[in-house]
Write a protein that binds this ligand. Sequence first.
Ligand code: BES
Ligand code: MN
Ligand code: ZN
Length: 468
Amino acid sequence: MPKILVELKTGTRSKTPVCPIHVVNPKTLKSFLNQLTPAQKNWIKVKSFTGKPGEIALVQNDGGALDCVLFGISNSKTDISCLDLAVGKIATLVPQGIYRFASGITDESQAGLAWVLSSYEFKRYSGEPKKWPKLAVGKSVDREEIQLISQGVNLARDLINTPANDMGPQQLEAAIRKVAKTFKAKLSVVRGDNLLTKNFPMVHAVGRASNRPPRLIDMKWGKSNAPKITLIGKGVCFDTGGLNIKPGNSMALMKKDMGGAANTLGLAFMIMAAKLPVRLRLIIPAVENNISANAFRPGDVLASRKGLSVEIGNTDAEGRLVLADALALADEEKPDLLIDMATLTGAARVALGPDLAPFYCDDEELVTQISKAARKTCDPVWPMPFWNRYDEWLNSQIADVNHISTGGFAGSITAALFLRRFVEHAKNYVHFDIYGWAPDPLPGVPKGGAAQGIRALFAVIKNRYNKT
Ligand code: BES
Ligand code: MN
Ligand code: ZN
């Protein structure tokens, strides 16, 4: 990945000119205009640039070359919808070159992060990769940290954007293997019918109808005596719904159903690249929920790794099944922190929409840490309750548990409660029901496959475990 952030050299004459960016709002624009030449002022009027949020003006000098950039942002201090990455949009609007923020921003690190997060396009199948404009930043900005965060984020985006024909269970395994190799992590994989002998019956049941064998991917990194952090990601490479087949419009985007796997791998990348003093484990059940004569059916009762019998209410609620076996495995070694991420329910999207990922956690202190980090990193997530009373909605007449409730109420909560039944020993458990996709571009979030919550979680994990 080419470096987008460069060091701002002061005092010396550098070979390439650095173009200043002035961030304004309609109020500060008025006084700023005094710094411009009469010709430039006139031109800004002609362009009817008023400094409203998102507006940009490329100001020329006498020779017609780019002199400076003006960009409008909101001056609201009460907006909590994480618009602080707003300046990232500049990176998508200016020509190639080197820029610097000259006035109007309060946090240069944040501005640098916004710039880098916005500089992304998925170009695997068409066109040339874009040469992004560079940003020069002062020494106080930790460019390496921003670089590793954006690498993790872009890894997640790339994997989600890759269509299912090129991102099956095998290719997902290969992507994880590549990261494991980079950081010398240990990888073990259980594939196909071996899932039965190694006791992952639900991963097998969900994945067996596909001609691309299901697998349980298990990566370990770090010193064995360090705090144990385990990440689990839903790796459903395509979700047809199974025999409870999805209608066409609901199936259209289901290449993104491995968004949890992509996001947890992106987070694992950050943790390992930053060499955090933790024992990291990443567990990905990778399957394709497909249709065939040997597909699992509604009404089937499955065995599970934990020993609970699970009645199948709907084969389209497949994610929680493969996660349950992965959670049971993770829970066996009593991790300090167990986090799963999954594109688990349509109900989560109905509740909070695509910008904001709901998360579940029974530990109030950890909930506060995550919420605060989300705000600080402009990576919005929102707490939801493991509402105990609804747990009984998962009771089955013939098995230990049903994986869905029938009423249709609180679909994201009942999915979370099902998962929690498979976690007993972990000190802390957090579940994220993410959307994994940006239907429209947002500041720092290009349209398409989306990283959600992993920058916030990276900050939380750093704070909790990086103390010396
Ligand atoms: N992968 C879907 C959930 C999903 C759908 C996430 C659309 C984001 C956007 C999941 O496997 C699923 O199909 N869930 C069902 C569960 C239902 C059958 C209980 C759902 O939410 O409709
Ligand atoms: Mn499904
Ligand atoms: Zn799914």
